[in-house]
Write a new protein. Structure first.
Length: 472
């Protein structure tokens, strides 16, 4: 257990046994740090974790207080590993995914089913200033310099962020893309051929299933734990039995579960795949949105063979709408660059230069600290409301980052029917079947807590809970 987790555990125990009661103020960060012999950063991370669990609330310029209700309002945690059907499977998921997502694309709809956090959480006005400056001062030759791999300045900034996390990734290995989804698709195309089988989690991000379907690939769904990610024993068995060509996994705050693979498990994953010379396409778009003491290292951090194709973007952490992502593709970097050359050719030059300038000026980490705290607080409010308004038998994950909750409803509830009824009332949800090649998880929902928690959101969640209760 890390120091901040141990501190949070002790405070949680005090709340459970009544030593700390609703409304009590927690000791100041300075006092707690001094008495426990830890840094202020460690104390803050412990308090953020307690916020995410719904146990404490921050008050402006006042400190942290024990929240009313605490764990009594939180739903039980989802803890069961999934049990998907075995073997490779052809895919027909896109039509259903499109139908569900298109019905939710309206500003008037409460966006619990959205895949994006609120755009109001990002410094778009300041980014716009950098964009205007980069466009105004644009050297015409920049439109051809580094045409396919991307801006040298931006690739350097991305490489520096890797280096800060202990990953010596050369800028020459990085290919800038039109968002992470293009990076993921380019990597998938670089390591597979039509008819190949690809390992995915169960449940998995629906865009992964759509990509496999579009490229004529088959999916092998592997059991996945809602807290710790893919089951490595089941993965080893699937590799031996079905000879896949690649894996597409999210090891950090997986969509839709929010699961986080422990560092040791990530290392074991990379070693397992290396023994089979099996490429790992790592979708890592949520890693900056952690609530703990440090950014969780990607599986890429344990790669010594160049087999991990690490993909990420700024869309979830800084600049939605700018569509700037990248791939650090190891031994496949040149092949990925060629794939981009023959598809979209290049990524917006002004947007790349604007982000490179913003990153260099040092505003990113300050923005991220505020963003993480906001998301942790919203998760706490959202989780307590699910526990309060949803019927007995409901379970939910408790992610340590990102902005998704995976909610398991009572077994008899049809998530697709809940989606339909909720949409009629102006509320979107993401039903479980769109995250499965076999339309499993029929009683599950993915809910987005990345939008402001207010009276309107609470009323919508209360309505949603009532629909679930009526179907139970």
């Amino acid at each position: 257990m890390k120091r901040y987790e141990a501190l949070a555990s002790d405070i949680e125990a005090s709340i459970r046994n009544g030593t700390l009661k609703t409304g009590d103020r927690l000791p100041s960060v300075r006092h707690t740090g001094s008495s426990r012999g830890v840094s202020a950063s460690t104390v803050f991370q412990a308090y953020y974790l307690l916020e995410a669990r719904g146990l404490v609330r921050a008050r402006d310029r006042s400190g942290y207080y024990v929240a009313g209700g605490g764990l009594r309002d939180a739903p039980p945690e989802t803890t069961l590993t999934s049990r998907p059907a075995e073997g490779p499977r052809a895919l027909e998921v896109s039509d259903q995914v499109f139908d569900i997502l298109e019905a939710s694309m309206s500003r008037q709809v409460v966006p619990f089913g959205s895949a994006f956090p609120s755009p109001l959480l990002f410094p778009l006005a300041r980014l716009g200033q950098f964009m205007a400056a980069s466009a105004k001062a644009l050297d015409p030759w920049r439109t051809v310099d580094d045409l396919t791999p991307g801006s040298a300045a931006l690739r350097r900034q991305i490489a520096l962020r890797y280096l800060a996390d202990g990953l010596p990734v050369p800028a020459e290995e990085i290919v800038v893309t039109n968002g992470a989804l293009e990076a993921l698709n380019l990597c998938l195309s670089a390591v597979t051929r039509p008819g190949d089988a690809v390992i995915v989690e169960s449940p998995t991000f629906y865009a992964a299933l759509q990509a496999l379907e579009r490229m004529g690939l088959r999916a092998i769904e592997v059991p996945t734990h809602p807290g710790e990610g893919i089951d490595l024993d089941a993965l080893a068995q699937a590799i031996a039995a079905h000879k896949p060509t690649a894996c597409w996994l999210m090891t950090t705050f997986q969509n839709p579960l929010g699961s986080l693979m422990p560092d040791a498990k990530k290392k074991a994953l990379v070693e397992l795949l290396a023994r089979h010379e099996l490429p790992l396409i790592e979708d890592d778009v949520y890693a900056e949105l952690y609530f703990g003491e440090r950014r969780p290292p990607p599986a890429k951090a344990f790669d010594t063979q160049g087999l991990v194709l690490h993909c990420s973007s700024f869309s979830k952490s800084l600049a939605p709408g700018y569509r700037i992502g990248w791939a650090s593709a190891g031994r496949f970097a040149r092949k990925v660059a060629r794939q981009k050359l023959t598809t979209t050719l290049s990524t917006s030059v002004p947007a790349q230069l604007a982000l490179a300038d913003y990153l260099e000026k040092g505003g990113f980490d300050k923005h991220l600290r505020k963003l993480r705290q906001t998301l942790a607080m919203q998760q706490a409010s959202f989780t307590q409301a699910v526990g309060h308004y949803f019927p007995v038998g409901t379970r939910a994950t408790r992610p340590l980052g990102g902005y998704f909750l995976w909610v398991e409803l009572p077994p008899q509830v049809d998530a697709l029917e809940i989606h339909r009824q909720a949409l009629e009332r102006g509320i979107s949800v993401a039903p479980g079947p769109i995250f499965s090649a076999t339309r499993a998880f029929s009683n599950c929902l993915r809910l987005n807590y990345g939008h402001a928690w207010d009276a309107h959101s609470e009323q919508a969640l209360q309505t949603l809970g009532r629909l679930v209760a009526q179907a139970s």
